[in-house]
Design a protein around this ligand. Structure first.
Ligand SMILES: Cc1ncc(COP(=O)(O)O)c(C=O)c1O
Length: 427
């Protein structure tokens, strides 16, 4: 009797099967299992190397295992990692001072995830509305932008217009009104005496690296000042050097009232987020009104302070600009050859793929096969945000890979293999 030959499951298959079996399916990852990283590159468990052009949704601006950040984290690991805020620790003060200095603001409120920091900014804005602006209790309104992505909590999805984010999760929190992104007249029209804040992304990252019309940020600044409304910039993804400046708002020399920061603030090592503002705003927070067990822990504070020191040199901002111009030149050359639109700010690009060619997911599967990791969003868009420690050759490799995937797609008339057309924003 002959036993039919079976192909042994690869290590990749085993890990994927285990993850799918035991971890909830709130993501739809590409079929690659990563096990190590160094700078702009990662390696999978089969030993294949990939250029990481997602960089943890910009949480890895300094690259994987940045040596300076690892050194600082290791030092702190050997001293003290967690205290809770029931006591002082010897790292939080220095981190808060450094970050406040980077932002030219008075104070910092540390949290962990981006969504927590957005929640914090909403709470602070509401309390500021009641205590400083003097609006009636429970009447505060926050203006938000359509196409936004600010996180996944029940309050935050209350002002999302992504059906996948909202479906099945109601009832939603009141007190929000959304207007088209970048539309200053629409903002003016929905302002009421009870409006406390405009919450916006200076560039909509998950929306597909959508850049507002020139002048929008400065006009928004004027409107907020004139109406005594807080300008609250969610720079969680756009901030901290990604766009070629410390903050995306810097591109119009605009200073918001509140910065919301996260992702790369934790150096790609641990979650660290923060709300940064002057004391007339953050001063409304008093003991017991807000907090988090891990917020401001000494390990995160030590890493965060090192991140700020690295940003103070300006070298990462300059690098994002230089590499971004190279990326722009390469991707612009593919418009009409598979790409219908390219949007670039610093080392951050959103490309729209010609709709009849392939989906964003299929493009990402093609890139994966060529050793490039990237992530699709909203059907036909792919984002590229390589670590800022990438080399010129890495950027050229990315552009070549996109070019090859596009021409392969054209060669088979859009019938590329892989992917399921699943195009929701998953971040
Ligand atoms: C602009 C923006 N705000 C908030 C968040 C939520 O951050 P987190 O996933 O850490 O909760 C994200 C995540 O992608 C983001 O891009």
């Amino acid at each position: 009797m002959t036993i039919p030959a079976t192909t042994p499951a690869s290590a990749t298959d085993v890990h994927i099967a285990r993850t799918e079996r035991f971890a909830a399916h709130n993501y739809h990852p590409l079929p690659v299992v990563l096990s190590s990283g160094d700078g702009a590159w990662v390696t999978d468990i089969e030993g294949r190397r990939y250029l990481d052009c997602l960089a943890g949704y910009s949480a890895l601006n300094f690259g994987h295992r940045n040596p300076r950040l690892l050194r600082r984290a290791n030092e702190q690991l050997n001293h003290l990692t967690l205290t809770s805020r029931a006591f002082y620790n010897d790292q939080l003060g220095g981190f808060a001072e450094a970050l406040a200095g980077l932002c030219h603001k008075d104070m910092v409120l540390p949290m962990n995830s981006g969504a927590e920091a957005v929640e914090t900014a909403i709470k602070v804005s509401r309390k500021w509305g009641y205590e400083v602006k003097g609006i009636p209790a429970d009447s505060a309104r926050v203006i938000t932008m359509r196409g936004n992505f600010h996180g996944r909590t029940t309050t935050i999805v209350s002002f999302s217009d992504d059906d996948t984010a909202t479906g099945g999760f109601g009832p939603f929190a009141p007190g929000f009104v959304s207007v088209p992104y970048g539309d200053i007249d629409a903002i003016r029209q929905v302002i009421t005496p009870n409006t406390v804040a405009v919450l916006f992304e200076p560039i909509q990252g998950e929306g597909g690296v959508v850049i507002p019309p020139p002048g929008f940020l400065s006009r928004l600044r004027e409107v907020c000042t004139r109406n005594n409304i807080l300008m609250v910039a969610d720079e969680i993804q756009s901030g901290l050097a990604r766009t070629g400046k410390t903050f995306a708002c810097d591109h119009e020399d605009v200073v918001p009232d509140v910065y919301i920061l996260g992702k790369t603030l934790g150096g790609g090592i641990l979650p660290l987020s923060a709300v940064v503002a002057d004391s007339d705003i953050l001063g409304v927070v008093t003991p017991g009104t807000h907090g988090s067990t891990f917020g401001g822990n000494p390990l995160a504070s030590a890493v965060g302070a090192e991140v700020v020191a690295m940003l103070q040199t300006g070298e990462y901002q300059a690098r994002a600009h230089e590499l971004g111009e190279r990326l722009r030149a390469g991707l612009d050359g593919l418009i009409g050859s598979g790409l219908s639109e390219v949007r670039v700010r610093g080392l951050w690009a959103g490309v729209d793929i010609a709709p009849d060619l392939m989906t964003g997911r299929e493009a990402c599967a093609g890139l994966l096969a060529r050793g490039v990791l990237a992530k699709d969003t909203h059907g036909s868009t792919v984002r590229f945000a390589p670590p800022l420690v990438a080399s010129e050759a890495d950027i050229d490799l990315l552009v070549d890979a996109v070019s090859e995937v596009m021409s392969d797609g054209s060669a088979v008339g859009g019938e590329t293999a892989g992917g399921d057309g699943h195009g929701v924003c998953e971040q």
